[in-house]
Write a protein that binds this ligand. Structure first.
Ligand SMILES: NC(=O)C1=CN([C@@H]2O[C@H](COP(=O)(O)OP(=O)(O)OC[C@H]3O[C@@H](n4cnc5c(N)ncnc54)[C@H](OP(=O)(O)O)[C@@H]3O)[C@@H](O)[C@H]2O)C=CC1
Ligand SMILES: CC(=O)[C@@H](O)[C@H](O)COP(=O)(O)O
Ligand SMILES: [Mn+2]
Length: 392
């Protein structure tokens, strides 16, 4: 049977990689729903290429533009606008059986949750939703019989190394690899003046601006610790981070018998997406195999948590539990956005996250509403600190 795939965040970096893999397998996969945030022209261009049944633009006021663009292109694709339409298509069994969750930020939570609650197969790239509401999402997936395939390269690597039957009793610890980002090796004081253009210039991966800044601050690895905690039911003290600048070893699993399994490959997200899209079969992704002789060496070093405090802030939030990860994530989203707009400096990103975590106590994450309130509260506190110049 052909898998009908909804790609949420289709106009982004992960969305593009997913569509590239889907187009390589017309007899196995089809893009049935494409969704974007604001970019109607880019969405229409993708619809012309992939001919989905449905196209969704999250911006409510863009329906007429999207409809006009699809009609001008002579497409039968049905136009939708707004987040309610996105959530409805995520849950609709006639629209898709698989969802690539690749919206950036907490904005991806509702559609991902809708897909999980409908028992879909979810290829999860949107790590912020797990940081914000991981326990709730994992429970929703269990209750509805949904499948989550981790797409984040490290978690996809771990998924490939763990026993297929899900029995993790033999796992001693999980080691997430980190490239170290564009500022690896630099001291904290030298980071005060770095520009957004320098921060998004990732040394190994081609990604959207938000995650690229997260990689530069090492918050990406902090978010990934929390993500791994939920996906693999691992406590913080059995989750480690190792800097590996070549980005060829995507993560490692150490077992209690002394074995360590790792997954290696070129830094190209199409490999992880092909694992999720083809599973249980291995399918071609367009990524070539690894020529280790050409690469020559694999280096490893400890992360520098003095220069990059975000990693420690995220681990502390993971240990604190409750709403702390939601507060951390929301503060970070506001900080990264302000940094990209040139409103605050690079060192203000960890400062703002710390400010919010100090200002707001972690409460119980008893419900989705409690998590949403924490998220909104953190955004307000962070916004005020930026506007007042408390953190600059
Ligand atoms: N890029 C990568 O290699 C990796 C990414 N990830 C994760 O995957 C996610 C996507 O990252 P990436 O592809 O780099 O991001 P991009 O910035 O490249 O793409 C973001 C996508 O999300 C859409 N979008 C933004 N806001 C909304 C919204 N409010 N509602 C609906 N859609 C929205 C954008 O649409 P529009 O173009 O219209 O704005 C775009 O399609 C992130 O959570 C990231 O952490 C994880 C591992 C690797
Ligand atoms: C491709 C991917 O999964 C990113 O999350 C990547 O890991 C970013 O690189 P860093 O290791 O620099 O955060
Ligand atoms: Mn990653």
């Amino acid at each position: 049977m052909i898998r009908s795939v909804a790609v949420f965040g289709a106009t982004g970096s992960i969305g593009g990689s997913a569509l590239d893999v889907i187009a390589r397998h017309p007899g196995r996969l089809r893009a049935s729903v494409l969704a974007a945030g604001r970019d109607v022209d880019a969405l229409v261009a993708l619809c012309i290429r992939h001919r989905p049944d449905h196209a969704v633009i999250a911006r409510d006021d863009a329906l007429l533009d999207l409809r006009a663009g699809l009609q001008a292109a002579g497409l039968a694709t049905v136009a939708h606008a707004g987040t309610a339409a996105l959530d409805a298509l995520a849950a609709d069994p006639g629209a898709c059986d698989t969802v690539v969750a690749a919206i950036v930020g907490a904005a991806g939570l509702d559609s991902t949750l809708a897909a999980l609650r409908a028992g879909k197969r979810v290829l999860l790239a949107n790590k912020e939703s797990l940081v914000l509401a991981g326990a709730l999402m994992m429970r929703a997936a269990r209750d509805a019989g949904a499948t989550i395939v981790p797409i984040d390269s490290e978690h996809n690597a771990i998924h490939q190394c763990l026993p297929a039957d899900g029995d993790c009793s033999g796992v001693a610890r999980i080691v997430l690899t980190a490239s170290g980002g564009p500022f690896r090796g630099r001291g904290r004081e030298s980071l005060a003046e770095v520009t957004p253009a320098q921060a998004v210039a990732h040394p190994k991966w081609s990604m959207g601006p938000k995650i690229s800044v997260d990689s530069a601050t090492l918050m990406n690895k902090g978010l990934e610790l929390i993500e791994a905690h939920h996906l693999f039911a691992m406590p913080s003290d059995r989750l480690d981070v190792l800097v590996h600048p070549q980005s060829l070893v995507h993560s490692l699993v150490e077992f209690i018998d002394g074995s360590t399994l790792a997954q290696l490959g070129l830094p190209d997200m199409r490999t992880a997406l092909a694992v999720g899209l083809g599973s249980p079969a291995r399918i071609a992704s367009g990524v070539s195999g690894l020529d280790l002789l050409q690469h020559g060496r694999l280096d490893f070093e400890a992360p520098d948590t003095d220069a990059f405090p975000c990693l420690a802030l995220a681990r502390a939030a993971l240990v604190a539990g409750g709403t702390a990860p939601a507060l951390l994530n929301a503060a970070n989203e506001i900080a990264v956005s302000a940094f990209l707009q040139g409103r605050i400096g690079f060192l203000a990103i960890p400062a703002l996250v710390e400010h919010v975590l100090d200002a707001l106590p972690s409460g119980p994450a008893a419900s989705l509403d409690a998590l949403r309130d924490a998220d909104q509260h953190a955004r307000r506190v962070a916004g005020r600190a930026i506007d007042s110049g408390t953190v600059a």
